[in-house]
Design a protein around this ligand. Sequence first.
Ligand SMILES: [Zn+2]
Length: 430
Amino acid sequence: MFRILRYLILISLISSGYYIFISEYFQLSEKNILEKEIVKKEILEDKKEIIQEKKDKVKSPNINKNINKAQYFEKKIKILQGDTFVSILENLNFKQKKIYKIISKIETSFDLKKIKTGEIISVFENNLGEIKKIEFFKNSETIISVDLDKEINLNIKELTRDSFVESKEYTIKESLFSDGIKNGVSSDILVKIISLFSFDLDFQRDIKVDTVVSISYEFDEIVETGKLEYNDIKYASIIIDGKQLEYFKFITDDGYVDYFNREGKNVKKSILKTPLDGARISSNFGMRKHPISGFNKMHKGVDFAAPTGTPIYAGGNGIVEYVGRNGGYGKYIRIRHNNGYKTAYAHLSNYKKGISKGVRVNQGEVIGYVGSTGNSTGPHLHYEIIYQNKHINPLKLKLPSGKILEGKELEKFKEWYKVIYADHLSMLYE
Ligand SMILES: [Zn+2]
């Protein structure tokens, strides 16, 4: 499904790119200049400023009238192969002396050789056809604006960002991603939603037709370019078969942006380092002499000594992929989690009733009981965490904390999420 979608996007990108190329090529070959119809991009503040300045300096009342009515017309010039800043200014009929002045002014803060083919230079004319301003991008965050008057002034302007929050709700007919795109949700946001819920859901298996996705997210519009940049998700909810999973963005007291459900539990359910209560570590991860064989061997897990019958918890949400005898491991369970993690539990005395292959378990749910089956010298749990088929030391597991908000921080969060939720509903339904 994803592959088809990717192809479709690719094909449409290529064909629209080709169309733009062809159409621009024909326009440009006529006249080196792409005269985007007369736009008065409301660069309001600037305009006011220029008009104000002009008013102050006015000598001829005639010009004054014109200036007052003046609108600045923006011409966009695309830099083509072989163009230089000088050749562009020459095409705009600037005199050599002026060109020299403009160039040397710009060169004080920008190396014009860095301007690339395909970039756009905006030229602003008043209605007397006089060029009053030239603008181009220094980089994605800044614009260089050259005011042309008797004096040439260089302004380096941070692009103006307007911030917005938007809410969307849609029902999945095909996939979270493709239906999201159909409903006008940006792919950047969809990727974030998938990563947000990846601790809870396996998107291949869990998402069903008629799953309802409801989201609220932040984005910036760069005023000068109209470009949209998507930021954080503020709220996300997925309802599958009437069961709702939802998360709210919250900045914790220690300054991290994180996601919590209404109870203040973190989205990131770390895998438990110790999947049983009251245990003591009897053997650590790493090389050791095997207590039974006497050989030096890598110990690929951690042993927790505990009385026979002590309940063992699932280390994280996941699906049981193995339950049964497994050689020296004795009675053994292995769970597959999302994000490439697996956990394994060995030497059990018994399995919890109902635990079988394919069963879904939640973190903290009892799956079995400590025992001493297989190669074991006494009752203990041998616990392994496997990441992308490699064993890792459970005690050194670097996973997010799975923080649970408490006390004042929880109170603050509860106030906060109510506001987010109310905003979300009002954006959806009002
Ligand atoms: Zn062990």
